[in-house]
Design a protein around this ligand. Structure first.
Ligand SMILES: [Zn+2]
Length: 434
């Protein structure tokens, strides 16, 4: 079970790793300074040169980059290589504004497949496996990244892409798929359809799930593992940084190992931009150490997690970040307290009898901000006495108060009265005015 794809790097001592990181950081900064006017001009305005970064800690002297920088640089302003040397383009889905555009040199694609090979092996994939990739093959990075990584390991890859659920199931059964790659919600949907269509997972061959590209809880993991019998691991990446392959879970499933020989990670307070202590949750910030076509400098991911340097039972030396549930841009502030809708969802999912159908309404009472969670009750409640409902309502309020630090009002509503919405942030209705 505990095989390591590249032990030379994945189990490197912290001392050696820091030395390697610093050498690569210096090369990256010089490369960027010489080849990307966008960064050079910003650093020059701050009277900074690559040589001013004399240690890994000095990276804080450099300005952050954010998603809007990528949009403003559309399409090629952040490229450090001419298109002649770029052999692949990916882009984020962006319909309202410019998408973020990523380029890969031949070397970048080789690095990327190496990183995704580590992800695949850590999750349990081996060369005798058959992997069905149910990520969309398109401009986004998920499918192509994992495809290359799995092929590098020697796994037989089926590029099934998304959609056509019945065909996915037929492939899964007939091609004897052992590794399933996709988003947790799509895989959950697949299992729903499979169960309705009379498939028995005992007759299928699934062993390993490599799932990601959206936040998902450990409860969802347990449910998927229970239904399918496979071991499901979280894979994390951002297209701005490289795609999948930034970090990955090992069999220990206690945080995601960051590929630190290729990415320098910082955790900052999203408000002040200052570093937070080890283990404390903050915004993940990445600097690429080996990318050629579009190097990444202190990129604010918008994703919230804590980072731990504690040794892991698997033997990998790379630091681990906690599972990413929330993004800074979903956050709202109630009476000075930062509240993440994803934390509310996690609590609700954890409470038996709470439906995942809810809506968060923010409003103002006098001058005080209030938060109300409208939560559908399960039909089993309805014939019951009012007292039981009140007790349940109190229980949910109390759990949320413990998690959030403020007490929301919980209003129980009848089933099918809350509108269906995609994604956590769409469940927040802000009626507070300006
Ligand atoms: Zn580990």
């Amino acid at each position: 079970m505990n095989e390591i794809w590249n032990p030379e790097y994945e189990t490197m001592s912290r001392e050696e790793l820091r030395e390697l990181q610093f050498k690569r950081l210096q090369m990256t900064l010089r490369w960027v300074y010489e080849n990307v006017p966008f960064h050079r001009e910003r650093w020059t305005a701050m009277k900074l040169k690559p040589g001013d970064v004399r240690s890994l800690e000095d990276v804080v002297k450099l300005p952050f980059t954010v998603r809007s920088d990528y949009k403003a640089a559309y399409p090629y302003e952040l490229f450090a290589l001419p298109l002649e040397k770029v052999i692949r383009i990916h882009a984020s889905s962006g319909t309202m504004s410019n998408p973020t555009v990523m380029g890969y040199s031949r070397g970048d694609l080789s690095t990327w497949s190496e990183l995704c090979a580590r992800v695949a092996v850590a999750g349990g994939a081996r060369s005798h496996d058959v992997a069905q990739i149910a990520f969309e093959y398109g401009l986004t990075t998920g499918a192509f990244g994992m495809h290359a990584g799995l092929e590098r390991v020697g796994v037989t890859v089926i590029p099934a892409s998304t959609g056509n659920t019945q065909r996915q199931l037929q492939i899964m059964r007939d091609f004897k798929t052992t590794v399933l790659v996709g988003t947790p919600s799509y895989v959950m949907h697949l299992t729903d359809v499979a169960l309705q269509s009379g498939y028995d997972f005992k007759d299928l061959h699934l062993r390993v799930g490599l799932l990601g590209s959206e936040p998902w809880t450990n409860q969802t993991r347990e449910e998927l593992e229970r239904r399918t019998g496979m071991s499901a691991s979280d894979i994390y990446g951002l297209s701005e940084v490289i795609g999948p392959g930034v970090s990955y879970e090992c069999w220990n499933k206690d945080g995601l190992h960051i590929n630190e020989d290729h990415f320098l990670v910082e955790v900052i307070d999203p408000e002040s931009g200052e570093p937070v202590p080890e283990g404390k949750e903050g915004e993940l910030v990445f600097t690429s150490l080996t990318k050629e076509a579009v190097p990444v400098i202190r990129y604010r991911s918008g994703d919230l997690a804590g980072v731990s340097y504690r040794p892991c039972a698997c033997g990998r030396a790379f630091a681990r970040h906690s599972k990413v549930y929330a993004r800074t841009d979903d956050m709202f502030v109630i009476r000075g307290v930062n509240v993440y809708p994803a934390s509310i969802e996690a609590v609700l999912k954890d409470i038996e009898q709470a439906q995942p159908h809810y809506q968060i309404v923010l409003y103002r009472e006098g001058s005080l901000d209030q938060i109300e969670i409208q939560l559908e009750v399960t039909p089993s409640f309805l014939p019951d006495a009012v007292r039981k409902l009140q007790a349940f309502q109190y229980h949910v309020e109390e759990r949320l108060r413990q998690e959030l630090g403020i007490r929301p009002r919980v209003r129980l509503v009848e089933p099918k009265t809350v509108p269906e919405r995609e994604g956590v942030s769409a469940r927040v209705i802000d009626n507070r005015g300006v």
